[in-house]
Design a protein around this ligand. Sequence first.
Ligand SMILES: NC(=O)c1ccc[n+]([C@@H]2O[C@H](COP(=O)([O-])OP(=O)(O)OC[C@H]3O[C@@H](n4cnc5c(N)ncnc54)[C@H](O)[C@@H]3O)[C@@H](O)[C@H]2O)c1
Length: 364
Amino acid sequence: MFAGKYKGAKVLVTGNTGFKGSWLCLWLQQLGAEVVGLADALPTSPAMYELLKLERTIKQYWVDVRNADAVLKAVRAEAPDIVFHMAARSVVRHGFTDPLGTLAVNAMGTANVLEAVRQIAKPCSVVVVTSDKCYDNKEWPWGYRETDALGGRDIYSASKASAEHITHAYVASFFGNNDDIKVVTARSGNVIGGGDWSDHRIVPDFIRAIEAKTKMELRHPEATRPWQFVLEPVSAYLRLGQVLQTGNHIHGEAFNFGPGYANSITVATLLETLNKRMTDKPLSEVVTQSENRDHREAGLLKLTWDKAHAQLQWAPVLSFNETIDLTADWYRAYLAGDGMLTVTQQQIEGYYQKAVNQKLVWAS
Ligand SMILES: NC(=O)c1ccc[n+]([C@@H]2O[C@H](COP(=O)([O-])OP(=O)(O)OC[C@H]3O[C@@H](n4cnc5c(N)ncnc54)[C@H](O)[C@@H]3O)[C@@H](O)[C@H]2O)c1
């Protein structure tokens, strides 16, 4: 898997206590990497990081990425072979409640990580995780390509576009002709799967409502989103890291990742399908339509991932039904009090087997 590039590699994951970061850390451990985490805190309670018992198995730096000195100290102490930078204020709404904090963490935090890598001047591959929201959303019905304009009319989106600009400026200014330090950015969004408890996200809001036996407030049932299971972007980040480790032909590039067309469906259909897998009640007993519509929420935004397919031979593995099944299975097991480390390991293994069956290059 991933051509064995992670076996014995020292890998620093920022934002490793979060939803995607925890899945990535566990997979990296299964690949034989020496994983080091850097995050400011546990972002939620419960937290995937705790359920996977990662505090016992990885070295953790409790560092705020806004603190350039502390980031440099950690990067210098570890001298990682590969960095996955995922630390971020990750929810669009936080950009409205704390614009300066969101900009500082997402934009300057990215600069601080890249600056630390520059300062230690040691061979390193860096994958900077931004978002599908980094594009100037023109409400086009077709997918955005890596060459489309960056933008963002809300602070979160602008912070992620800024992280892109900062990364590409670091490449052009410092890492351009450098065979040692190689950097790419990864853009994707609408990730679902077990272990997410963030505020203001559809699936965690739904799970919290089931658990508390309350009703979830739904603001935009008709909004269409390209939903993807968490292991799809995580496999993409791992593939990027692998390819960076083998040469510099993708150095300085940006890549989109997304699901197949059939995964672009409405919030209402997503919840309807998830509800059928998780409760025996009609959806109307679990969800209530809110009168408070948030008009700042963007419309359809989907990405084309043709470039990732052509240059990385990456493709999504799961259908929409499989995406929902894995998500429902995970939360059902959690609500039943099962050991979530085993469940999560099994989901990674099952995902890998499907990728093998589909003859994806990274899985060979
Ligand atoms: N989940 C999605 O649907 C989605 C979509 C697009 C992009 N992303 C991006 O993917 C990355 C991971 O997303 P996620 O869903 O796992 O987010 P998450 O909110 O679950 O985790 C965020 C992580 O960043 C850390 N963090 C936040 N502020 C920090 C700070 N000041 N200093 C250090 N660490 C800090 C948190 O502690 C946590 O470990 C983020 O960059 C996010 O913007 C996520």
